[in-house]
Design a protein around this ligand. Structure first.
Ligand code: GAP
Length: 498
């Protein structure tokens, strides 16, 4: 029987098989930083490829690749220097730091006081400090007193140039490079609205308490799509086709702000078209992206009942937002945000126009407009973790773990195993391996260990099919193909492998 495995088993698997490695670990723990080993890279590339197929090429959008480090004035314009903060408190005895809002929320939830836990989200720094004093919460590590709550900016700074007199920051989101390049791209590529510009790249946040492996990291990857449009346009055309609200008929699990305010986390089923009509989703463009996100998550093998679309509480909204919908996936026992959809209005382009004095308007029809933006921001690492954690099962019949990834994100298409240590079999297996590679199929060639051990390894790292080459192959050009789902085997002609 197949039994779903928990996060601990996944962490163990990733460590044992070198799928994820804590960065620079030989020098001690550097919290919030992870490296991907070859299998991890392979799965990541596939997730990235699916995103690109669907959200860039599939929608007729453009992709860019912009710099990680930006000058401080740019982050002044984007609002990150003044508002990208979390409240922290430091233990006066051992120096351990805590995120005050999270600490208080957990404290009130522990007391069963959901109302007060929700109120924490609305508190400014003074109120947070007051609530921290009243709660009497002590340092979890040493029992010491917690110091004053202060706002801490999450951006990582650096000095640019040999004299170090130009202050720069590592971007906390990939989006800003897209906004600052927008006008030049519009001119060079003759952009017509609406048009999406996306990129895949690293983002950096000096998170106070990195946790849950890939869920809260200090260096992570985003796949962001900034969709520029004119809110004055009556109809929405994407890649030449009109997108009508009524046709966005996908039903999703929706958790509204109102329900959360009432202290519940119960989702209801709702059609995206209805969510747009009722104003819970700010516009058709966001609804269109949400519908595609549902397809995208399904192609990652994440079941619909593990996904919810959540309207964040007002206090959770980023400084630029006029309506957000978070897409959350059940990972272990918690829902985690994997995609953030935000109606950023013209906030970013207007501010960059103001600070840089560059005109950010473009011509749309008869008028000049500074476009508005709907953003879909995907966390690549969290999506990787969501796909992995939702795929790991233990099969008591086989006696080992099986990673039932969607074929679309599996690290390899085929494992190729020569059964016997025989030169002729090895040469045949190599020939089959080359043939598959020439068909643009990826392969894992395994020649060491018993065949049972090799199957176990293939199952654990999620290879959907394993080809075994044996003496019969030399006679009739057939191989056995083993399916990961039920370990069943069929014998087929080499020429029939697709
Ligand atoms: N440009 C908008 C933006 O960055 P966000 O909700 O802060 O919005 C977008 O981030 C996505 O990036 C999230 O949905 C999540 O998947 C991922 N993400 C954010 N912070 C992260 C962190 N510390 N570690 C890993 N992924 C993170």
């Amino acid at each position: 029987m197949m039994k779903k495995e928990g996060i601990d088993a996944l962490v163990n698997l990733c460590s044992r098989r070198g799928i994820l490695l804590p960065s620079y670990e030989i020098y001690g723990e550097l919290a919030g930083f992870y490296d991907y080993g070859p299998i991890g890279v392979s799965i990541r590339h596939r997730i990235e490829g699916l995103w690109r197929d669907m959200f860039i090429t599939g929608m007729g959008n453009m992709e860019v690749f912009t710099s990680i480090i930006g000058p401080s004035i740019m982050f002044e314009a984007s609002g990150h220097l003044s508002t990208f903060t979390d409240p922290i408190s430091k233990c006066e005895k051992c120096g351990a730091t805590y995120r005050v809002d999270k600490l208080l929320q957990a404290y009130f939830e522990g007391k069963g006081d959901t109302k007060r836990a929700n109120e924490v989200l609305k508190m400014g720094i003074e109120d947070l400090d007051k609530a921290l004093r009243e709660s009497g919460i002590k340092c979890e590590k040493c029992g010491g007193n917690l110091g004053r709550a202060v706002n801490f900016n999450l951006m990582m700074g650096t000095d640019i140039g040999p004299l170090g007199n130009v202050k720069g920051f590592l971007r906390p989101e990939t989006a800003q490079g897209i906004f600052t390049d927008f006008k030049k791209l519009a001119r060079a590529y003759g952009i017509k609205l609406p048009m999406g510009i996306g990129q895949v790249g690293k983002a950096f946040r000096n998170e106070i308490s990195p946790r849950k492996i890939l869920i809260r990291m200090r260096e992570f990857s985003q796949m962001e799509l900034e969709f520029f449009f004119d809110p004055g346009d009556k109809a929405l055309y994407i890649d030449g086709s009109e997108i009508k609200t009524a046709n966005l008929s996908k039903e999703v699990n929706f958790l509204s702000r109102e329900v959360q305010e009432g202290g519940s986390q119960d989702c209801s089923k709702a059609k995206i078209s209805e969510l747009i009509a009722s104003g819970l989703v700010p516009n058709t463009l966001m609804g269109y992206l949400m519908q595609n996100e549902a397809d995208f998550l399904s192609s990652l093998g994440i079941a619909e009942d593990k996904i919810r679309y959540r309207q964040p509480m007002k206090e959770e909204l980023p400084h630029y937002s006029k309506g957000n919908i978070d897409v959350e996936v059940l990972i272990g026992s918690d829902y985690e945000e994997v995609i953030g959809n935000a109606y950023r209005t013209d906030f970013d382009l207007q501010n960059h126009q103001k600070y840089s004095k560059e005109d950010m308007s473009i011509v749309n029809g008869d008028s000049k407009v500074v476009p508005h933006v709907v953003e879909a921001s995907f966390g690549l690492d969290r999506l990787f973790w969501a796909a992995m954690s939702n795929s790991l099962y233990n099969d008591d019949k086989r006696g080992w773990d099986v990673l039932l990834l969607s074929k679309k994100v599996a690290p390899y298409d085929y494992a190729v195993f020569p059964l016997q240590k025989d030169d002729k079999i090895m040469a045949k297996a190599k020939e089959i391996d080359s043939r598959l590679k020439s068909m643009k199929l990826s392969t894992f060639f395994g020649q060491s260990g018993s065949i049972g051990k090799r199957y176990a390894r293939a199952d654990e790292i999620g290879i959907p099919n394993a080809i075994t080459v044996d003496y019969q192959t030399l006679e009739d050009d057939t191989v056995t193909v083993r399916n990961i789902n039920d370990a069943s085997q069929i014998r087929i002609k080499v020429g029939d492998i697709k």
